[in-house]
Design a protein around this ligand. Sequence first.
Ligand SMILES: Cc1cc2nc3c(=O)[nH]c(=O)nc-3n(C[C@H](O)[C@H](O)[C@H](O)COP(=O)(O)OP(=O)(O)OC[C@H]3O[C@@H](n4cnc5c(N)ncnc54)[C@H](O)[C@@H]3O)c2cc1C
Length: 646
Amino acid sequence: MLKLQSKIPEGPLAEKWSNYKSNQNLVNPANKRKLDVIVIGTGLAGAAAAASMAEMGFKVKSFCYQDSSRRAHSIAAQGGINAAKNYQNDGDSIYRLFFDTIKGGDYRSREANVYRLAEVSNEIIDQCVAQGVPFAREYGGTLDNRSFGGALVSRTFYARGQTGQQLLLGAYQALSRQVKKGNVEMYPRMEMFNLVIVDGKARGIIARDVITGKLERFSAHAVVLASGGYGNVYFLSTMAMGANVTAAWQCYKKGAFFGNPSFVQIHPTCIPVHGEYQSKLTLMSESLRNDGRIWVPKKLEDAKRLQNGEIGGADIPEEDRDYYLERRYPAFGNLVPRDVASRAAKERCDAGFGVNETGLAVFLDFRDAIQRLGKDVIEAKYGNLFQMYEKITDHNPYEVPMMIYPAIHYAMGGIWVDYELQTTIPGLFATGESNFSDHGANRLGASALMQGLADGYFVLPYTIQNFLAHEINTPRFKTDLPEFEQAEKEVQEQLEKLMAVKGTMSVDTLHKKLGHIMWNYVGMARNKEGLEKAILEIADLKKEFWNNVNIPGELNDLNVELQKASRLADFIELGDLMARDALNREESCGGHFREEYQTGEGEALRNDKDFTYVAAWEYKGEDKEHVLHKEPLKFEYIEVKQRNYK
Ligand SMILES: Cc1cc2nc3c(=O)[nH]c(=O)nc-3n(C[C@H](O)[C@H](O)[C@H](O)COP(=O)(O)OP(=O)(O)OC[C@H]3O[C@@H](n4cnc5c(N)ncnc54)[C@H](O)[C@@H]3O)c2cc1C
């Protein structure tokens, strides 16, 4: 059995990354321009990586399926990005950011990776400020920041509620500069469908021009995946509608292991589901929990009246409100991590205290903050979020409390990578949300942007050189090699197979069915019986999909339904793997809550003795069992404890 090599450098924790950088192989400037790198994705991870590598002199081919790289899903990020700058002088440090992240991830991530992440977090802010990212500032001109869940310090840098958008504009500018200089070739509206491996190394891709439907071949010395997360496996999520798993899944099928697929994040502050025909959920940023207080009624009869629309939240007097997070977790209150806040909301709603017509909502109330700070202050901090909420729900959150409920938001699982961000396929790297990442079983808020940009600006541009340094004598590849032909044939056959089904069910109907299975059995709470049921139901759904999906339009044309169908085919297979991974992990841990494993107080109960490992799955072929490999996690610098936010 293949042994997973995490390649964690020797030496003390705080010196590992500098030791690595001092000893790794570098490529000399004259050789850099002889080397090509393909980057899939132009979100923060991909844009940062492409811009940085091109700035260094490598020749980069940058792909995304949107009409512009600026439309990558990263643009949606609202709340902010973490860094251990300690501007507030409230006791922050690199070690504390490292500690909070490891603890927040429920001790299921690598110490060395997380320490490196905390270390480079400060460089990210400097880099982005230099690019002109308009972070919020204090009166005196220094950068402002705010608190996010899972931390007792204020370390989240933000640009109103548009942090992702502003960071992406910064990265996009850097990318555009390299396009002009000729170091980046941009391929928008090109969807990667297959990976090409030559002599055991990743050497290219097959992509489909989404406008003409034409398949094209691209070669390079290395391929970087920055293709984002897979939350849309649940159909309803906060993700961009087009977000998918296809690029990662095709790499999985070609030999890249998949890490911790069942670790997905459920975000506590989304606008509740309001109808069967909804296709998207909207997030209200976690930053709102700084000033908003979360509550449900204390009395069941009040909850019933709210559910029947007889009264509103403002009609319930203070003494009859249950601020359940402040009650259960006095130390962190409303700023407990997302998994904890989500489960607590579910617990109250399951007990009948939900506040909307479906009973699946709790209040997020700004009444006290407006009284204390004034409406102007709240508007300056969260104005665009309030406006967005009002546009969607037709309720004015300055006057009535918002209603929120947990929803799928982020994938902590993804392609397994070593310390160098290299997958189990040499020459294939994965960054940002597409890799299984540094977040363990739960991502703390504001740390995905940090990880994407850390990978893109500061980690991959170094680590990829350790691989590329051995490739300087490898000439540029022609795409007429048999490996390219075979990979293209595989894609062509799969697309033709899809078009040939000519069934009666729309892609969205089938996707919604998958979403229901995933949410009901592989969602906020999981158990053995439910997971086994999910595996059987997904197998039935797979048959139904391949027998009855209806894809109108043509193969060689702009065909959005074909794009969606092909993504759904991959989501169905991923859903099965997620259920199997969740079934294997007989413990509760971060976003993975197995009902059989909980404390008397309903908190997640980890099993460190048996499950302190990364589950890295290997694909063995259609209808064959996936094989589980275990990367043991060693904690040398921190004590592994039961998480406590009380
Ligand atoms: C509403 C919302 C708010 C958020 N707020 C925050 C926040 O405040 N702070 C925080 O830290 N995180 C936040 N996040 C999470 C964060 O935004 C994401 O984790 C992060 O932006 C992912 O970046 P990425 O570069 O890895 O991928 P993405 O930004 O998802 O980019 C993926 C790229 O891959 C491309 N791609 C995918 N598949 C293919 C393919 N087959 N072929 C070609 N191209 C492909 C896409 O075109 C796109 O360019 C938020 C997420 C959401 C949904």
